[in-house]
Design a protein around this ligand. Structure first.
Ligand code: ALG
Ligand code: ZN
Ligand code: ZN
Length: 323
C-alpha cells in the first residue's frame, strides 16, 4: 500500500454534480494529485491501429471515463468500498503512435513497466485487443508467467493478418510463444461465432486454452462457471482481459467485431464477482468503440466491468495488508 493513511477518493457527488468537470475514472483523483503513486492505476490506452474490421476503440477509454461518472463509492455486490480500501487513481492516457504498431506496442510496454513498478496494479481502459500483449509482457516481468482469463467472443489466438504479427486477433498466440502466460491456467470465456476453420480450435487447445462458450454460461450458470475458473486459476498471479464484445451486441453494440449470441452484462459482472479471492494483478477492458454505441450502453457496461475488477484488486490489497 502506498503511504496514504487514508486513500484519496472520488469527488463528492453530493457537493459537486457528477456531470461537472473533466472526467477521470469514477471521478477519482489523477495520479499526479496523489504524488504519482497508487495501489491501482487506471489508465487509458487510445490505440486501435490493430483492428481487422471497424475502428474506433482509440476513443474507448474516454467514453468509459465519461460513463463512469455515475459509479458510486460502495459496491454492495462485493460488500466493499474499493476507493477506501486502496489508493486508486487515474493515470491519464498512454500516448502511442497510431501509425506504427511496433512502436506503439513498445511504448505501451514501457509505460506499463513504469506504472507497475513497486507492485502497483493496472486497470487499463480502451484500445483494441492488440494492447493486451505489451501489457502482459510488463505484468510477466513483475510476476513471471501469469494465469489468464480472457473474456471475448473471439479466440484472439490467430497467427497473422495480412502478414502482421501484432493485431487485435493475435495477442494471445504471441503471448504463449513468448512464454509470458502460465499455460496450465488459461481460459477463454464467452467464446462464440463463426471461425476460419476447425483448426482454429485445435491450435487454441494446443496452446493450453480452455473454452467456456457463451452457451456454456447460459446452460451452466454463472456460479458454476466462476467456480470452475477460480479452480483453474488457483492462487497464481492472474490477468483478466475483457474484450467488451464478449457481451451480446444488445449489451455492447459499440464495438468493432460484434457477434450475436453473447453474454448479458449481468452474467459478466456476476462471473467477475465470483473471482473473489483470486490474485488479480492487472486487467484490461478493450474494444469499446463509442462511434457504434447508443445511449452509452457499451461504455456503461465497460465502466461497471472495470469497477468490479478494481474492487477485486482493492479487496486483495486490503487483505494482503491485513495479514
Ligand atoms: N475483437 C477482437 N479482439 N478480435 C476479433 C478478430 C476478428 C476476426 O479475426 O475476424
Ligand atoms: Zn473480440
Ligand atoms: Zn478480442
Amino acid at each position: 500500500m502506498v503511504d496514504h493513511e487514508t486513500p484519496r477518493g472520488p469527488v463528492d457527488s453530493s457537493r459537486i454534480p457528477r456531470y461537472a468537470g473533466p472526467a477521470t475514472f469514477a471521478r477519482l483523483p489523477r495520479l499526479d494529485e496523489v504524488g504519482g503513486k497508487a495501489d491501482v492505476a487506471v489508465v487509458g490506452v487510445p490505440f486501435d491501429s490493430g483492428v481487422s474490421y471497424r475502428p474506433g476503440a482509440r476513443f474507448g477509454g474516454n467514453a468509459i471515463r465519461e460513463a463512469s461518472r455515475l459509479l458510486r463509492p460502495y459496491n454492495p455486490a462485493q460488500d466493499a468500498s474499493p476507493f477506501a480500501l486502496a489508493q486508486v487513481a487515474d493515470g491519464g492516457d498512454i500516448a502511442v503512435n497510431p501509425f506504427d504498431i511496433n512502436e506503439a506496442v513498445e511504448t505501451i510496454e514501457a509505460a506499463a513497466d513504469q506504472l507497475l513498478y513497486g507492485g502497483a496494479r493496472l486497470m487499463t481502459l480502451g484500445g483494441d485487443h492488440t494492447i493486451a500483449l505489451p501489457l502482459l509482457r510488463a505484468v510477466a516481468k513483475q510476476h513471471g508467467p501469469v494465469a489468464l482469463l480472457h473474456f471475448d467472443a473471439h479466440l484472439d489466438t490467430w497467427d497473422t493478418y495480412f502478414g502482421a504479427e501484432y493485431t487485435h486477433g493475435t495477442p494471445f498466440r504471441r503471448a504463449v510463444e513468448e512464454g509470458i502466460l502460465d499455460t496450465s491456467a488459461l481460459s477463454h470465456v464467452g467464446t462464440r461465432g463463426p471461425l476460419y476453420g476447425k483448426q482454429d480450435l485445435t491450435d487454441d487447445e494446443k496452446m493450453g486454452f480452455g473454452i467456456v462458450t457463451s452457451a456454456d454460461v447460459m446452460r451452466r450458470g454463472v456460479d458454476e462457471v466462476a467456480d470452475q475458473l477460480r479452480q483453474r486459476v488457483g492462487n497464481r498471479p492472474l490477468y483478466v482481459s475483457i474484450d467488451i464484445d464478449c457481451l451480446d451486441p444488445a449489451h455492447a453494440p459499440g464495438t468493432g467485431t460484434p457477434e450475436a449470441g453473447g453474454m448479458t452484462s449481468r452474467e459478466l459482472l456476476e462471473i467477475l464477482r465470483g473471482l473473489s479471492g483470486c490474485n488479480l494483478v492487472s486487467a484490461d477492458v478493450v474494444e469499446v468503440a463509442p462511434a457504434y454505441d447508443h445511449a452509452e450502453i457499451t461504455s456503461v457496461a465497460a465502466s461497471h466491468t472495470a469497477y468490479e475488477l478494481v474492487t477485486l484488486m482493492s479487496r486483495q490489497i486490503a487483505e494482503a495488508r491485513a495479514q
